[in-house]
Design a protein around this ligand. Structure first.
Ligand SMILES: [Zn+2]
Length: 304
């Protein structure tokens, strides 16, 4: 007879509900429905039977939101591996292989274009690029997208899809949380709206900074949103978490979100939010405030 016995069952590994696999037919991981790939694309990668939201790429996201073509910004920015980081392989090598496989330089695309006829500054994160992690480049690109919005008086929309800060850039990636939040504070002072869209997954430093700072925070159904992942919390507090914990609906119920919106209605909803906020209207009377490098103290003593 054993002296010690395991009292609890081991924690079950998460089922992977990642992006749409390659092929002609796709099986929905929730309802097991077999869906024709083209039908899935037509319904914005949402299962037509049970409304399971497949993960989509940043470029698919932009195509879904914008009315037509968009202008991409800061495309050439890439990480310089400031810490010379090594884990299972050198970070520099990891960057090279990810850039080759995704065709992107880092985990976010920033662009300007029209949403429901209103020009917007949009940032969409790419989970396929090292888990959508936020490093120096992501921080810089999002900050520039916000500053561009302030200069041109545009509303900001950030679509988060991220595992959090990028550990290969250590404290430098954590600094991006403060940098982006400060840029959002400047945006707030100009009375321009910021809509945060949280998709599966939005965790770590992204949740702890800009993803939760929207004037309106909208999430996709059943998206994982939290700071630490459920497995880490379960291992720390040694308790089973309640059903649906850290999912959009749970957060909405507890006042952390403003709405949970189906992806097929997302563009319509964002358009309505912008219309409600009066965004995109030409306001000739208010000149664009100085931003970024030339910081000068404002009436409140803070740099503008
Ligand atoms: Zn389904």
């Amino acid at each position: 007879m054993a002296w010690f016995k395991k009292q609890r069952k081991p924690i079950e590994p998460p089922t992977d509900r990642s992006r749409v696999p390659e092929g002609l037919w796709v099986k929905c991981p929730t309802c097991s429905q077999i869906i024709y790939n083209k039908d899935l694309a037509a319904s914005l990668s949402v299962c037509t039977k049970c409304a399971h939201h497949f993960r989509i790429s940043a470029s698919e996201r932009l195509a879904m939101l914008f009315d037509g073509a968009w202008d991409e910004h800061d495309k050439g920015l890439r990480s310089t591996d400031p810490l010379q980081f090594h884990d299972t392989k050198p970070y520099r090598k990891r960057l090279e292989t990810t850039i080759a496989s995704t065709g992107m330089r880092d985990a976010v695309i920033t662009a300007t274009g029209n949403i429901k006829g209103r020009r917007c500054s949009v940032a969409a994160m790419e989970y396929g690029f090292i888990g959508g992690s936020m490093g120096v480049v992501v921080g810089e690109k999002i900050t520039r997208a916000i500053e561009r919005a302030i200069q041109e008086r545009l509303p900001v929309i950030i679509v988060s899809c991220s595992g959090g800060a990028r550990m290969m850039e250590g404290a430098l990636s954590l600094m991006q949380m403060a940098k982006i939040s400060a840029a959002l504070a400047r945006l707030d002072r100009t009375k321009l709206p910021y809509v945060s869209v949280l998709t599966d997954p939005t965790t770590g430093g992204v949740t702890a900074s800009f993803a939760m700072l929207g004037d309106v925070n909208i999430a996709e159904p059943k998206a994982l949103i939290g700071f630490a992942g459920p497995r880490v919390i379960e291992q720390t507090i040694r308790q089973k978490l309640p059903e649906g914990f850290q999912r959009s609906e749970f957060l909405l119920e507890h006042g952390m979100l403003d709405a949970v919106v189906d992806r097929r209605e997302l563009k319509e909803t964002i358009g309505r939010v912008l219309r409600f906020g009066g965004a995109g209207e030409v306001r000739a009377a208010s000149p664009p405030p100085a931003v970024g490098v030339t910081a000068s103290a404002g009436p409140d003593g803070l740099p503008h």
